[in-house]
Design a protein around this ligand. Structure first.
Ligand SMILES: Nc1ncnc2c1ncn2[C@@H]1O[C@H](COP(=O)(O)OP(=O)(O)OP(=O)(O)O)[C@@H](O)[C@H]1O
Ligand SMILES: [Mg+2]
Length: 418
C-alpha cells in the first residue's frame, strides 16, 4: 500500500524538481523555524507560549544534544510575534559561543534588534540610540542596564538565547540568572528564553534556586515514534513522493528518538528513489541510503564509533556489545545493567550467553579514554549501571549494525525506556 499521492504523473519524471524539493523537506543540519514543518511537540510549544504570555515568567529549554530544542524555540518565536502590529511583540534569537560574556550576549541582542527593525519593524525612535550604545564593549554590564535597554523599546520583546550551555564564564551565567530575577521583580516587559544542552536547569544556571518560581523549566526529551514518523509523512507530502507501507515507522525506529537521523534517512532514501526514477520510496531505497546517512551524520560520530570498536582481533565483540548497549531497554535516565545485554546480544550473534563473562569486560573498556569513552558507569559494584555519554551515538550504532548486517532493520525496536 502507498500513502501520499505523488505530485508528478508517471511519464513526467522531473528529477531536478524532486531533488530540490526533497532537500527542502528534509533538513538534517538545520533547525525548523516554521510551525507547519514541525512534527509533534505541541505540548511543549503550548508550555513555552503560555510562559511567554505570563508576566514575570521566563523559560529554560534544556535536554540532550539534538533533541529539537532550537526548533521549538524558533517555532515559538514565530508564533508569538505580532509583525502586523507596529508596537506588537517582537522576537530576537541569538546563539552563544564559549567566550561570550554578559556584555557580549547583550551586544548580540542589540544587533539582532537592529536587524529585526529593518525586517519587520520595532518602533524605532529611542531604540536606535540605545542599541547604538550597545556597540561599546562596556554597554550592558548589569541586569539593570539590560532593563534600561529593553524598556527603551516600545515593543514587548522575547529574547531567545540559544546554546547557552556553551558559555564558559560562570559569572556570565550567574548574571543571566540575576537578570531573570530582576526582570520578574521589576515587571520588565520582556521574556528571556534560555536554550541549551543539559540534564536540568542547574546545568545551565547554577546555584539560583530563588529564581525557580520565575522560570518555566521545559525539558526537551528525545521524540516519540509517532512524531518521528510524522517527519517522514510531512516530508513526503511536501515532496510529492509516496512511501512503502511501514517505511515511516521503520525510519522512526531507526532514529531512536533523534530527529536529525529521521531527516537524514528521509533525505537519502528519497534521493535513492529519485535516482532509480520511481515516485515511491521503498525499503530497498532505505537500505541503500544507510551508508550515506552514516557518512553524513553530524558531530564526529563516525570517529567516535571507530575509536570505540577498534580492534585487530576478528573475534573481539566490541561492535556487537556496543550494538547490544544501543538496543537494550534503558531506564528513564538512559541507564542499563549488564544482565539485560544478554538478550540483544543473542539476537545479534545468534549465540546463547548464560553469564556475562564474555562481554562484561567490554563495558569497562568502553568507559576508558582510549575507546572514547563512549559509556559512563555509575552505582555500586555488582549493581553497576551504564549509559551512553553521547546519546546521539545510539542511533548511529544501530545504523552501523544494520549496515554491517549484524541486525535486520525490521528487528530494531523503538527507543526503549522502562
Ligand atoms: N519537531 C520536529 N519536527 C521536525 N524536525 C525536527 C523537529 N525537531 C527537530 N527537528 C530536526 O532535528 C534536527 C535537530 O534539531 P535542533 O537543531 O532543533 O535540535 P537541538 O536540540 O537544538 O540540537 P543541538 O543540541 O545540537 O543544539 C534538525 O534537523 C531539525 O530540523
Ligand atoms: Mg540547538
Amino acid at each position: 500500500m502507498t500513502t501520499n499521492p505523488g505530485s508528478s504523473p508517471a511519464g513526467e519524471f522531473k528529477a531536478a524538481d524532486l531533488y530540490a524539493k526533497i532537500q527542502r523537506a528534509f533538513t538534517p543540519h538545520q533547525p525548523i523555524s516554521l510551525p507547519e514543518l514541525l512534527a509533534g511537540r505541541l505540548g511543549l510549544i503550548h508550555r513555552v507560549t503560555d510562559a511567554v504570555n505570563t508576566e514575570g515568567l521566563h523559560v529554560v529549554l534544556y535536554g540532550d544534544r539534538g533533541t529539537g530544542k532550537t526548533s521549538i524555540a524558533r517555532v515559538v518565536a514565530h508564533l508569538v510575534q505580532e509583525p502586523e502590529k507596529p508596537s506588537g511583540r517582537r522576537c530576537v534569537l541569538i546563539s552563544c559561543t564559549a567566550d561570550d560574556s554578559f556584555t557580549g550576549i547583550w551586544r548580540k541582542v542589540g544587533q539582532e534588534v537592529l536587524l529585526t527593525q529593518r525586517q519587520i519593524g520595532f518602533l524605532q525612535q529611542e531604540t536606535r540610540a540605545i542599541t547604538g550604545r550597545l556597540d561599546l564593549d562596556s554597554a550592558v554590564v548589569s541586569p539593570s542596564d539590560a532593563r534600561i535597554f529593553l524598556e527603551s523599546i516600545d515593543n514587548q520583546t522575547v529574547i531567545v538565547i540559544d546554546e547557552f550551555d556553551r558559555v564558559r564564564d560562570p559569572g556570565t551565567r550567574s548574571l543571566m540568572a540575576d537578570t531573570i530575577k530582576f526582570f520578574s521583580d521589576h515587571g520588565v516587559r520582556a521574556t528571556l528564553i534560555l536554550v541549551g544542552v543539559g540534564k536540568s536547569l542547574s546545568d545551565l544556571l547554577q546555584e539560583h534556586l530563588s529564581i525557580s518560581r520565575n522560570i518555566a523549566q521545559v525539558p526537551v526529551d528525545p521524540m516519540g515514534m509517532a512524531e518521528l514518523a510524522q517527519i517522514i509523512q510531512n516530508g513526503c507530502k511536501f515532496t510529492g513522493l509516496k512511501y512503502a507501507e511501514g517505511l515511516d515507522t521503520e525510519i522512526a525506529k531507526l532514529s531512536q528518538g533523534y530527529p536529525h537521523y529521521t531527516h537524514l534517512l528521509g533525505l537519502w532514501a528519497g534521493r535513492k528513489a529519485i535516482e532509480a526514477r520511481h515516485l515511491e520510496i521503498t525499503f530497498e531505497d532505505l537500505e541503500k541510503a544507510i551508508p550515506d546517512v552514516l557518512r553524513n551524520a553530524a558531530g564526529g560520530l563516525q570517529e567516535q564509533y571507530e575509536r570505540a570498536v577498534d580492534s585487530t582481533n576478528p573475534n573481539a565483540l566490541f561492535k556487537e556489545v556496543l550494538l547490544a548497549c544501543a538496543l537494550v531497554r534503558k531506564d528513564s535516565l538512559g541507564r542499563f545493567g549488564v544482565g539485560a545485554l544478554a538478550e540483544p546480544l543473542e539476537l545479534i550473534t545468534g549465540k546463547e550467553y548464560k553469564t556475562s563473562a564474555a562481554y562484561q569486560a567490554h563495558l569497562g573498556r568502553f568507559c576508558e579514554t582510549d575507546r572514547g569513552p563512549v559509556l559512563e558507569r555509575s552505582g555500586e559494584i555488582k549493581s553497576y549501571r551504564w549509559r551512553f555519554l553521547n546519546p546521539q551515538l545510539i542511533p548511529y550504532v544501530v545504523l552501523q549494525g544494520v549496515s554491517g548486517k549484524m541486525i535486520q532493520a525490521s528487528r530494531v525496536g523503538p527507543r526503549q525506556r522502562t
